[in-house]
Design a binder for this molecule. Structure first.
Ligand code: NDP
Length: 475
C-alpha cells in the first residue's frame, strides 16, 4: 500500500503556482490566528481544572468506591475537609517514578531506534517510512511508522512476564495508579513547556509556527506544528500514540488482573471492555499511517492540549470503565452482554469503514469504488501560505454522503458500549460517552470552520450536498 500513497501525495501536489502577493485568506487555514474571549475563557478554565478533574475521578475510586457524588456531599456536609481527602491521597513514590521513567524510556527506544519490521511480513499493513499531509507552509514530513511493532513487543513482554518471568506483578499499574498520576503530570507539563520554549527559540519549521500573542492560547494549543528533535523524533506522533495509547491496553489488562486477584475471577463486563477497547487500540496502530492524515497530525499544533492530554487525560480517563469494574465487578446477563458486544462491534465497523472510505478515495484520487460504484465528489482548491494553489476532492458517496462525520457517529456508538458494560449503578463510567459527545461535536464544528477557511465556496457546495453532520435528518 506504500506505492499508492506516494502517488496520492504527488498527485495532490500537482498545482500551478500563483504569485506570493496574490495570497488569499484561504492561505490561513490551520489553527486560529486570533483568540476570541470565549476561547480564552475555555482555555483558562481547562488549564486550571482539567488536572483537578482527572484527580477527582481517580480519587473518587480510590477513596469513595467510584462515587462522584459522595466526596462532594461529604465536603458540603462538613464530614470531610479537602485536607482529609488530600492526606489520604498516595504521594509520588520512588517506585512509581522508576516505573514511569523505565516505561517512557522503553517507548522512546522502540519509537526512535527500532525501524519497522512488521510491514515486511504482515500483508496489507502500511509501516516503515511514510509521508504526512502537506502542512500550511507546504512541507511534507516523513514519519517512521512502527507503532504496531512497539505495541506487539510491549504486549509480548507483558504476557511473558505475567505467565513466565514474574519480574513484576500484572497488577503493578493499578497498584501504583495515583503515584503514577503525578509522574504523568510532570511529563505532561515538562513536554508542553519545552514545546513552547522550542517554538520561540529553535522551531523545527519556523514557517509552520503560529503566534497569537496570547500566552495562554499559545501554551494550550501550541506554537509549533510539527516539533521534532533530530530528523525523526516527532513529538506529535510519539506523544499521541505512545506512551498513552500503547499503555491503554496494558492498563486494562492490569485492571483485569486486579479483579482476578481480588475476586478470583474476571467478569464478562471486564472482558468486554478489554476486548472492545483492545480492538480500537489495535485498529489505531494497524492504521497508524492513515492516522498521519487525521486532524491531530494534519491540523493541530503541539501544545498542552496534546502534550499533557496524551500523557494524563487519555490514559487516566479513557480507562475509567476498567478502573470502575475493579471496585464494582459487574457480571452481565448473556443477552445484555451480547447486545453491548453487537453495539460495540457495529460502532467499530462504521468508524473503520467510514475512515477507510475516505482514505481509499483520497489515496486513489477518486479512482476507486465505494459500495460498488464510482464515488461522487466535489472538486475543491486551497492555497498554502507560500501562495501555492493545490487541488483536492471532497467525496459525497458512501458514509460520507450520509453525513459529514459519520466516522464520529461510529466512534460514539463504540464509546457508549464501553460505558453500558458497567451497568447503571454509578455515573463515573458514563463520563467517557459524555466527554466523547462533547469532544466530537466540538471537533465537527472546529473541523468545519477550518475546512470552510481552507476551501471557501467549495466547502459550501459540499455542505449543500451533504447537509447533516452526525446523524442524517437529525444533526
Ligand atoms: P476525519 O478523519 O473525519 O478528517 C476530517 C478531514 O477529512 C477534514 O478536515 C478534511 O481534511 C477531510 N474531509 C472532510 N470531508 C471529506 C470528504 N467528504 N471527502 C474527503 N475528505 C474529507 O476527522 P478526524 O481526524 O477528527 O478523525 C479521525 C478518526 O479519529 C475519527 O474516526 C474519529 O472518530 C477518531 N477520533 C478519536 C478520538 C478519540 O479520542 N478517541 C479523538 C479524535 C478523533 P482535508 O483538509 O484533507 O480536506
Amino acid at each position: 500500500m506504500a506505492a499508492p500513497q506516494e502517488k496520492r501525495s504527488s498527485e495532490e501536489r500537482k498545482h500551478r503556482g500563483i504569485p506570493n502577493g496574490a495570497q488569499t485568506s484561504q492561505g490561513q487555514w490551520g489553527r486560529a490566528w486570533e483568540v476570541d474571549w470565549f476561547s480564552l475563557a475555555s482555555i483558562i478554565f481547562l488549564l486550571m481544572f482539567a488536572p483537578l478533574i482527572v484527580y477527582y475521578f481517580v480519587m473518587s475510586c480510590d477513596q469513595y468506591q467510584c462515587s462522584l457524588v459522595r466526596p462532594l456531599v461529604d465536603l458540603l456536609l462538613g464530614n470531610a475537609r479537602l485536607s482529609d481527602i488530600w492526606d489520604k491521597t498516595p504521594p509520588l513514590t520512588y517506585k512509581a517514578a522508576g516505573i514511569y521513567v523505565l516505561w517512557v524510556t522503553f517507548q522512546v527506544i522502540l519509537y526512535a531506534f527500532v525501524p519497522d519490521f512488521c510491514h515486511k511480513f504482515l500483508p496489507g499493513y502500511v509501516g516503515g517510512v511514510q509521508e504526512g499531509a502537506v502542512t500550511p507552509a507546504g512541507v511534507v514530513n516523513k514519519y517512521e511508522i512502527n507503532g504496531l511493532q512497539a505495541w506487539i513487543i510491549t504486549h509480548v513482554l507483558w504476557f511473558a512476564n505475567a505467565y513466565y518471568f514474574h519480574w513484576f506483578s500484572p497488577t503493578i499499574i493499578f497498584d501504583n495508579w495515583i503515584p503514577l498520576l503525578w509522574c504523568a503530570n510532570i511529563l505532561g507539563y515538562v513536554v508542553s513547556t519545552f514545546a513552547m520554549i522550542k517554538g520561540y527559540f529553535f522551531p523545527t519549521n519556523a514557517k509552520d509556527c503560529k503566534f497569537t500573542g496570547n500566552f495562554f492560547y499559545d501554551y494550550m494549543m501550541g506554537i509549533e506544528f510539527n516539533p521534532r528533535i533530530g530528523k525523526w523524533f516527532d513529538f506529535k506522533l510519539f506523544f499521541n500514540g505512545r506512551p498513552g495509547i500503547v499503555a491503554w491496553t496494558l492498563i486494562n489488562l492490569s485492571y483485569a488482573a486486579k479483579q482476578q486477584e481480588l475476586y478470583g475471577q474476571v467478569t464478562n463486563s471486564m472482558i468486554l471492555v478489554n476486548v472492545l477497547q483492545g480492538i480500537y487500540v489495535l485498529d489505531f496502530f494497524w492504521n497508524e499511517a492513515w492516522y498521519l492524515k487525521t486532524i491531530d497530525i494534519c491540523h493541530d499544533h503541539f501544545g498542552w492540549y496534546l502534550g499533557w492530554g496524551d500523557c494524563v487525560w487519555l490514559p487516566y480517563l479513557y480507562t475509567l470503565q476498567g478502573l470502575y469494574l475493579v471496585y464494582h465487578p459487574v457480571q452481565l446477563g448473556t443477552a445484555n452482554a451480547m447486545g453491548i458486544l453487537i453495539l460495540g462491534l457495529v460502532g467499530y465497523y462504521i468508524f473503520r469503514a467510514t475512515n477507510h472510505q475516505k482514505d481509499l478515495f483520497r489515496r486513489t484520487n477518486g479512482n476507486c469504488k465505494i459500495w460498488g460504484k464510482k464515488p461522487g465528489y466535489i472538486e475543491c482548491s486551497y492555497v498554502s501560505v507560500d501562495g501555492t494553489k493545490y487541488y483536492s476532492k471532497l467525496m459525497t458517496s458512501g458514509f460520507w454522503g450520509w453525513a459529514r462525520h459519520f466516522n464520529y457517529t461510529g466512534d460514539l456508538m463504540g464509546s457508549l458500549a464501553y460505558c453500558l458494560a458497567c451497568g447503571f449503578a454509578h455515573l463515573l463510567p458514563y463520563f467517557y460517552i459524555v466527554y466523547m459527545g462533547i469532544l466530537l461535536t466540538h471537533r465537527c464544528l472546529r473541523d468545519e470552520h477550518r475546512c470552510f477557511s481552507k476551501y471557501g465556496k467549495d466547502w459550501k457546495r459540499y455542505t449543500a450536498q451533504v447537509p447533516y453532520r452526525l446523524l442524517p435528518g437529525v444533526f
